[in-house]
Design a protein. Structure first.
Length: 626
């Protein structure tokens, strides 16, 4: 496809250079008069006189009827043009100086002398402005398609169609015998012949490419499967017919071109109607909504363009000899719909349309899939990095705690005596609730001292019977809420209970609840009862996930919606202490514990089991025997 694109651009560049030389020679030998019209009954009707042109200066007006030019009647000029083009052009090139026109205006005969002058750029813009705008538009659309780098094969075919149509628009400047303006003097017949040949070639190839687009866009037409050589006939057939007619024509080269011009009009009429019909049948056979949306505007614009062109120009030209609209430039305006529709169908569907959306979604999913694959591949490495970082952070935290407790840096942990001297409550807790002589209790109490400060949630992790409840009491006693309410509750009771019971127990139940065994006026929840105090939730992992969701806002101290029928959102200030006898990280992986709850924990205290602190066994035996 890329090679085909390069070949197409190269051919268009070569053709553009050829057209530039032909048009330069044409302009060099042309003189501007400045009016347009069409032949009637042995006369010429003026349709348009351009402001500031020699015809305008001489006094010609639209609606004037020209009966003669330089003492020769229009009918005589026209018959010479029809019978022998070469002799006609030789006579015409002999004209020099002002041109005399015998004009009939409002039933009265008048004589005007028009002095032609050289063609200026402003004259080209004024006379062929619509054509120039269309050429610029086609070139712009070609660039848009090429820049989009669409993978659709029809993109290259459409680009060639636009390029050849642009070249035809440049070369196909109406000759003076068609509009009596501009006058060409001294131009060799060979240059005129080449110009007309280029015009015929570019137009035929542009129309053939249009049929090609209808046969392959957006999907291959069944006609190509039934007739594999249809494209070859499409490209070579019209050119071969025109070549045969040119060879068989009588007279010189210009007569041959005249015969080809008339035949080309009929051939192109049939071919353009066929292109519109093929595109219409192709649209009706499509079953994919995306393909139908892609081709809908092409079909509509092509049918509209062909219809307008046939009615206003081709058919009247073939039947009565002149178009219904004298100004041919105006008839080109509907042509803008076709290239715009084609470009939008290719580029828009590539970027924004149904296919583009699907391609974009596929690309996004592929990117996400590759990212997930890389995450799975690097999972073990990322876990090791996180564990290493956690170890470093815990080490830094221990150093901070030792410095806070008065230990010199780098020295082993302080004794229980130093800790109890600073926090006398620890001694009472160890004597009554947490008895043990193991050195592992020292870092635990250091964490308890830090965890007790402020209102950040605390999690205590340890096997059953290791003293999690007593540690929670220690956190409460060493905190700044010691003189306020303290409640503890086992979440195991909520594991298989009605969700309404769990929510009502925690968040409260208002009036009109309709629940049995609950007072009619409702009941306050634990969160409201513990406002300003401490709430210990033992076996927190047994709490259903939906209830864990509801606790996210209270854990952060944010407002939350209370339970059944309680009312508007409210805030509470609670020191939360959570406890579990299972590893929270594994619970998160198993889907039994909310990861965002774990992320809100400010301090975690791990209690080692008795098997890891044998020093406590004699002390505990003595305590229980006593």
């Amino acid at each position: 496809m890329e090679n085909l694109r390069r070949v197409a651009i190269t051919l268009l560049a070569v053709a553009t250079v050829l057209v530039a030389f032909l048009c330069f020679a044409d302009l060099k030998h042309s003189q501007f008069i400045g009016f347009r019209g069409h032949y009637g009954n042995n006369d010429f009707s003026v349709a348009t006189v351009y402001e500031g042109s020699p015809a305008d200066v001489a006094g010609l007006q639209s609606g004037d009827i020209i009966a003669a030019q330089d003492s020769r009647g229009i009918a005589e000029w026209y018959s010479r043009y029809r019978s022998d083009r070469d002799l006609y052009m030789e006579r015409h090139q002999e004209l020099s100086g002002p041109i005399r026109y015998d004009v009939t205006r409002d039933g009265r005969s008048r004589i005007f002398y028009v002095a032609p002058r050289g063609v200026l750029f402003s004259d080209i813009v004024r006379v062929y402005g619509v054509r120039l705008v269309l050429i610029v538009l086609l070139v712009f659309l070609m660039i848009v398609i090429l820049k989009s780098r669409t993978n659709e094969p029809a993109g290259v075919v459409v680009t060639l169609t636009f390029g050849l149509a642009s070249l035809w628009l440049i070369v196909d400047i109406p000759d003076w015998w068609e509009f009596l303006s501009p006058v060409q003097s001294g131009l060799p017949h060979s240059a005129m012949y080449l110009k007309k040949m280029a015009e015929i070639l570019f137009l035929q190839l542009a129309v053939a490419f249009l049929v090609h687009v209808a046969l392959v866009f957006p999907t291959r037409h069944p006609l190509l499967d039934r007739f594999p050589r249809l494209l070859l006939i499409n490209y070579c057939g019209p050119l071969l017919v025109l070549a045969i007619l040119a060879v068989g024509a009588d007279g010189g080269s210009l007569n041959q071109l005249a015969v080809v011009h008339r035949a080309r009009l009929w051939i192109n009429t049939v071919v353009m109607i066929a292109a519109a019909a093929i595109m219409l049948t192709n649209y009706r056979m499509l079953s994919s909504p995306g393909d139908r949306a892609q081709i809908r505007w092409i079909v509509a614009s092509l049918v509209l363009f062909v219809g307008i062109h046939m009615i206003l120009w081709n058919l009247p030209k073939m039947v009565i000899g002149h178009p219904l609209v004298p100004d041919y430039e105006w008839a080109l305006l509907p042509m803008t719909l076709v290239p715009i529709a084609m470009t939008m169908s290719i580029v828009n569907h590539e970027l924004f349309g149904i296919r583009g959306i699907i391609r974009g979604r596929i690309k996004l999913l592929n990117t996400m899939l590759e990212r997930e694959k890389s995450m799975v591949v690097n999972r073990d490495r990322r876990i090791q990095d996180m564990r290493r970082e956690l170890a470093e952070l815990n080490k830094s935290l221990d150093q901070y705690r030792r410095a806070e407790l008065g230990d010199p840096p780098g020295r082993p942990g302080s004794s229980f005596t130093r800790l109890e001297q600073r926090f006398p409550e620890i001694g009472a807790i160890r004597r009554v609730r947490l008895r043990g002589a193991s050195p592992k209790w020292e870092p635990i109490f250091e964490r308890v001292v830090v965890a007790a400060r402020g209102s950040v949630p605390v999690m205590i992790v340890g096997d059953s019977g290791t003293g999690k409840t007593n540690l929670a009491w220690a956190v409460y006693r060493l905190g700044d809420r010691v003189d306020r309410v303290y409640k503890e509750i086992s979440c195991a009771q909520f594991e298989h209970a009605d969700p309404a019971f769990s929510l009502g127990r925690l968040f409260g139940i208002g009036t009109g609840h309709g629940l049995t065994n609950v007072p009619r006026e409702g009941r306050a929840g634990l969160l409201e009862e513990c406002d300003g105090g401490t709430l210990f939730l033992d076996d927190f992992d047994r709490l259903p996930l939906n209830v864990q969701d509801m606790l996210l806002h209270p854990l952060e101290g944010r407002s939350f919606d209370p339970g059944i029928g309680v009312g508007s959102a409210r805030n509470v200030s609670i020191k939360f202490i959570l406890a579990t006898n299972r590893d929270p990280d594994r619970l998160v992986e198993e889907g039994l514990f909310r990861g965002d709850v774990l992320s809100r924990i400010g301090e975690r205290i791990d209690v080692p089991p008795l098997r890891d602190r044998p020093e406590d066994i004699p002390l505990l035996v003595e305590h229980f025997l006593g």
